[in-house]
Ligand binder design. Structure first.
Ligand code: UD1
Ligand code: CA
Length: 431
């Protein structure tokens, strides 16, 4: 069957008063990226290309997130129904179906959205509501059914004691026949208690006007987790972290203690890598096979770790590349560094990438050996198989040549003859 055109309208204009934050609610991060970015990613994965987002509160802060989407402005936040009304002109010539989704549901899966769209198309309804049975229905809109059919949605504030007990709730996600939606929106009234226009009232209006309304039940209530408070933010973080860790486990990664490990979305990890507790991995990170990571490792965005590496305890890696078989076992900071293969980074080594103005790059070639407490001041380079002595400070622009050993503060190359003498002296002492 030919698929009809689909569009999505994401509602993200609210401040999110219950967050008690200056930052708009949907720009708070979960799983290392803004809440709204998860929602946009979800609808794209579900196959929707025509994306519009209603913004209002601090809308200038949304610019980079909305590249490729249409921004629609809601000057005053007068409710979810009012937010949708602002998009009427934009969709005036649109003939297809429209998905309406709040910007604060970061755990929703694209599969669920796809199934909702399929259900909507098959049933031929003018509206299909995504619902779920939840353990704690307080705070959600409750689904009112008559003879099994959805006839309305009752917000917590307006619900009777009986209605409050209804465990089936509104996800805030719906498919609508666009033209019918905008027609009916004209007839909803301001809610007397909240002084807002509720999008949820559209359902009752559609039923009253004789339009078919359908529903689709989401099996996993965790997908519905909305973000209204800081506690919800933590709950969503937990859901996404568990989901990502499961995905890596299925791909052959050992996560020793999932509850104590934090892996953002958009992380790749090769099989037979072991992640020890209290490790923090940000989005856009790649880790190879057979690595050992942590405990207490922090791997920040845009870092790449090769195969067979060790990134051990209290090691922070920022925008750096670590080549195959390289060991960074203890207490190190690598910022904007590129390490070759089989490099050994001694305990306490620091790559000083920031000079107070710029972040600079450091290159360490294959087989180099950095003694404990080496400081490499960027921009600099350590040559192939070169060595630094314990405590060496390699100055910016003072490259260590291939195969040479540098020592001291500031680090200088040790003369070959001196080296031999020292070794002999030691031998003599030991005997
Ligand atoms: C809403 C639903 C509720 C549902 C719940 C699911 C209504 C009236 N209620 O409640 O039935 O169970 O979501 O999570 O729709 N927004 C705007 N402009 C506004 C108001 C809100 O853009 O004027 C945006 C917000 O930024 C937010 C989204 O709409 O991203 C939802 O608003 P929110 O206040 O979180 O609604 P809930 O109270 O959670
Ligand atoms: Ca919400």
């Amino acid at each position: 069957m030919k698929r009809k055109k689909n569009a999505v309208l994401i509602l993200a204009a609210g401040q999110g008063t219950r967050m008690k934050s200056e930052l708009p609610k949907v720009l708070h991060e979960v799983g290392g990226v803004p809440v709204l970015a998860h929602v946009i990613h979800c609808v794209k994965e579900a196959g929707i290309r025509n994306i519009s987002v209603v913004v209002g509160y601090q809308r200038e802060r949304f610019r980079s997130l909305l590249i490729g989407s249409q921004a629609i402005v809601q000057e005053k936040q007068l409710g979810t129904g009012h937010a949708v009304m602002q998009a009427k002109a934009h969709f005036s010539r649109f003939e297809g179906e429209i998905l309406v989704m709040p910007g604060d549901v970061p755990c929703m899966r694209p599969e669920t959205i796809r199934r909702l769209m399929d259900e909507h198309r098959k049933s031929g309804a003018k509206a299909t509501v995504l619902t779920a049975e939840v353990e704690h229905p307080a705070g959600y809109g409750h689904i009112i059914r008559d003879n099994g059919k959805v006839v309305g949605i009752r917000e917590e504030l307006d619900a009777t004691e009986n209605e409050k007990q209804i465990p089936e709730v509104n996800s805030g996600i719906y498919m609508f026949h666009a033209r019918t939606l905008f027609e009916v929106l004209n007839s909803i009234k301001e809610n007397a208690k909240k002084k807002e226009y509720y999008l949820t009232d559209v359902i009752e209006e559609l039923v009253r006007a004789g339009h078919p309304v359908s529903s689709f039940r989401c099996e996993d209530e965790r997908e519905m987790q909305g973000i209204n408070t800081r506690a919800h933010l933590a709950a969503a973080n937990k859901i996404l972290n568990e989901r990502e860790i499961n995905r890596h486990q299925e791909a052959g990664v050992t996560v020793v203690s999932p509850e104590q490990t934090f892996i953002a979305t958009d992380v790749e990890i090769g099989n037979d890598t072991v992640i020890h507790p209290f490790t923090w991995i940000e989005p856009d990170v790649k880790i190879g096979k057979k690595c050992i990571v942590g405990p207490f490792a922090k791997i920040r965005s845009k870092s790449q770790i090769g195969n067979g590496c060790i990134v051990g305890s209290f090691v922070e890696v920022v925008r750096s590349k670590v080549g195959d078989g390289t060991y960074v076992k203890h207490l190190s900071y690598l910022g904007d560094a590129e390490l070759g293969k089989k490099v050994n980074v001694g305990a306490g080594t620091v790559v000083a990438n920031y000079d107070g103005k710029n972040k600079n790059k450091t290159i360490v070639r294959d087989g180099a050996f950095l003694g404990c407490n080496t400081v490499l001041i960027a921009p600099t380079q350590v040559g192939r198989a070169a060595k630094t002595g314990a405590g060496a400070v390699v100055r910016a622009h003072h490259f260590v040549p291939d195969g040479e050993t540098v020592v001291g503060v500031p680090a200088n190359v040790i003369k070959q003859s001196n080296k031999k003498k020292k070794i002999q002296k030691n031998k003599f002492r030991r005997s």
